[in-house]
Write a protein that binds this ligand. Structure first.
Ligand SMILES: C[S@@+](CC[C@H](N)C(=O)[O-])C[C@H]1O[C@@H](n2cnc3c(N)ncnc32)[C@H](O)[C@@H]1O
Length: 262
């Protein structure tokens, strides 16, 4: 049995729900229980669900430094994993807390913290929980300025340049992954952006931040995304613009998995 999950490869036929390919086509978000698609910029629960089943065991600790509406905390609770979420915006964190406690799982802890993940004192939370490290970190940062999440200058979506965004994200990696147990995994969920007539490959720039820090790249998964309601009304106009110009309309984002080996 692998040391980082509860799967038994000999019983591989039992795991038809677990993806093993690098193309994830998810046609409908899981809206069960307290999950809700209402937070603009959230990810589908299937992403943390798949990653947690594959890279963690029951009782492990998960850290989400860009918690948003708490999707990964809810999934961690459902799967019997302990979790810590950090979110910059107090109101967003409070709202997440309201939903997380509705599905409270008595056998694990779902802790929600408010703060800037570049500088947040994670050690103090680990001390309170009497643990030394976490076994998985899931990063779903702003895709730079594609969605402006707040007016707070510490919000990564308010970074003034690509370099500033990457420096800020690097600071979050350093401040959180130092608590990731050796030989365990972290994942990045991110999309690219288009500006001034060219693609800004945020996914690959961010991937390099991990590689520079000696993390082993384990997966580059391409996941489809469906249009938000607002965008789907504009489908025809975007199709017209694409045909009249030289670009393709983004329909995918990346999920990258890294292993901490040092
Ligand atoms: C892409 S969203 C994450 C959504 C989340 N996965 C969900 O399902 O709701 C990014 C989040 O990061 C938060 N954020 C931005 N800068 C931050 C920082 N420096 N520290 C902590 N959170 C930050 C934003 O407020 C936003 O809620």
């Amino acid at each position: 049995m692998a040391k980082y999950n509860d799967l038994n490869p000999k019983e591989w036929k039992k795991y038809s729900d677990i993806y093993t390919d690098t193309l994830w086509l998810i046609d409908k978000r899981d809206n069960s229980g307290v999950h809700s698609g209402a937070y603009h910029g959230n990810f589908v629960p299937q992403i943390p669900n798949q990653l947690l089943k594959r890279y963690t065991k029951k009782g492990d600790w998960i850290l989400d430094p860009f918690m948003g509406s708490g999707t990964s905390i809810i999934e961690a609770q459902r799967l019997g994993r302990n979790s810590i979420g950090i979110e910059l915006q107090q109101e967003v964190a409070k709202e997440a807390h309201q939903r997380v406690i509705i599905e409270k799982n008595e056998i694990c802890s779902g802790r929600i913290c408010i703060g800037d993940s570049r500088t947040f004192d994670v050690q103090q939370i680990l001390n309170k929980e009497m643990i030394n490290n976490v076994q998985f970190v899931i990063f779903h940062p702003p895709y730079w300025d594609i969605i402006k999440f707040s007016d707070n200058p510490n919000d990564l979506s308010n970074s003034n340049s690509l370099d500033e965004f990457l420096n800020n994200f690097g600071d979050v990696i350093d401040n959180t992954c130092k608590y990731l147990e050796k030989n365990r995994y972290c994942a990045l969920v991110i999309g690219d952006k288009y500006a001034n007539g060219e693609i800004v490959p945020l996914g690959f720039y961010c991937m390099n931040l991990f590689i520079k820090r000696d993390y082993k790249l384990k997966a580059i998964i391409v996941k489809n995304f469906e249009d938000t309601k607002g965008k789907s009304n504009q489908k025809a106009i975007w199709r017209y613009r694409a045909l009249a110009s030289d670009f393709y309309i983004f329909k995918h984002e990346y999920i990258m998995v890294f292993k901490k080996v040092k």
